[in-house]
Design a protein around this ligand. Sequence first.
Ligand SMILES: *Cc1c(COP(=O)(O)O)cnc(C)c1O
Length: 448
Amino acid sequence: MNPLLHDAAVRASRYLETLNTRPVAPGAAAIAALRGFEEPLPATPSDPMDTLRLLDELGSPATTAMAGPRFFGFVIGGTLPVTLAANWLASAWDQNTGLYRPTPGTAHLEQVALGWLLDVLRLPAGCAGAYVTGATVANLTALAAARHAVLERAGWNVEAKGLFGAPPITVVVGAEAHPSVTKSLGILGLGRSRVIAVPVDAQGRLRPEALPPISGPTIVCAQAGNVNTGAIDPIREICRRAAGAWVHVDGAFGLWAAAAPSRAALTSGWENADSWATDAHKWLNVPYDCGLAFVRDAHALKAAMAITAEYLPTDAPQRNPGDFTPELSRRARGVEVWAALRSLGRAGLAEMIERNCAQARRFAERLAAAGFEILNEVVLNQVLVSFGDADRTKRVIEAVQADGTCWAGITVWQGRTAMRLSISCWATTDADIDRSAAAIVRCAQAAA
Ligand SMILES: *Cc1c(COP(=O)(O)O)cnc(C)c1O
């Protein structure tokens, strides 16, 4: 076996084995040791084994254990072992999956996985899909399709003519829209602040009765999974009231709730929307970077994204992935999605999502029982905890990060500073929740 690749596999396995016993955040010594990377650019080649050794010796200790079971910052999940293994093999293949003809294997696998995704996420079977880097670019991609469609209906070809002189588009967002939606609107020339922001309820859900009357080209941005509360907008009702508009759903992590039978009441009706964005690198637990855009009207997505050039073979027997994504050259990130779905199966995916939701409740119950205030309705995998005033809550969060048993971040929810816990890792056990809750209670009592 190639000794370099063997060494990488051994080092990676060893790294993963340490995740359960090491502090989640890297220590000060490990961060200080990063100075070891600051050598002059070598003038001559050296043994690749030595480069890998340095990477592991200095790099591995300076990582946060995001792949481990007790990282609860952001909503990002870990990496299912089968997806890491598939990532290694697909990286060895080195397939530039923009076009079908030169890369039939990976383009085909991605197409199969897209069909499975539409099924498990309960989206319309005919949707077009795009593998992109994350939900930010998925929002951008889907909203580009929306921009095309609403202007096409108004007799305007936005790809050809741009927005100068175009009929105006009304853009409606919930007041709690994720900043990546705002950013995407800015990139698309629709304006970061040129939006109608609709008021939300106490959980951050867009209030459908507050939607403006719809007329002319209109895009409505709804959300499945508020980054703080986990709340899912009433999308069925939004689609009903916004008839005539293009409804886009940012479901970066919340879309995965569709895979959990117990959350069906929250997710039904979102198949009535026009486009959806999600992340596989969040709740599906595949490696970065892997986001997904789905668009009901395949023509609109292709019109916004297709690329033509004489040297690109477009006469493919199957679709060219690059006609649906902002990127042309890209890695075959759908291979890991395929591997996750194939090895989990419908039941395994449901179990993972259900378990994380139940663990969020368990976490909230443990912390409430210790006398701390839970600020949100725990409907999904998010828990917001207050430890008193902003100062004290901040001190508790710092103490928890320094303690190293687990990692949680800070947020401000409706004016109140809170600890934010996101449970979205395949490896998290109930014992991890209990151990982490105990550590948080210990830190909170010490910070009194
Ligand atoms: C994480 C998240 C995003 C951004 O996703 P990236 O993968 O970081 O680009 C967008 N919207 C919501 C609701 C999110 O939770």
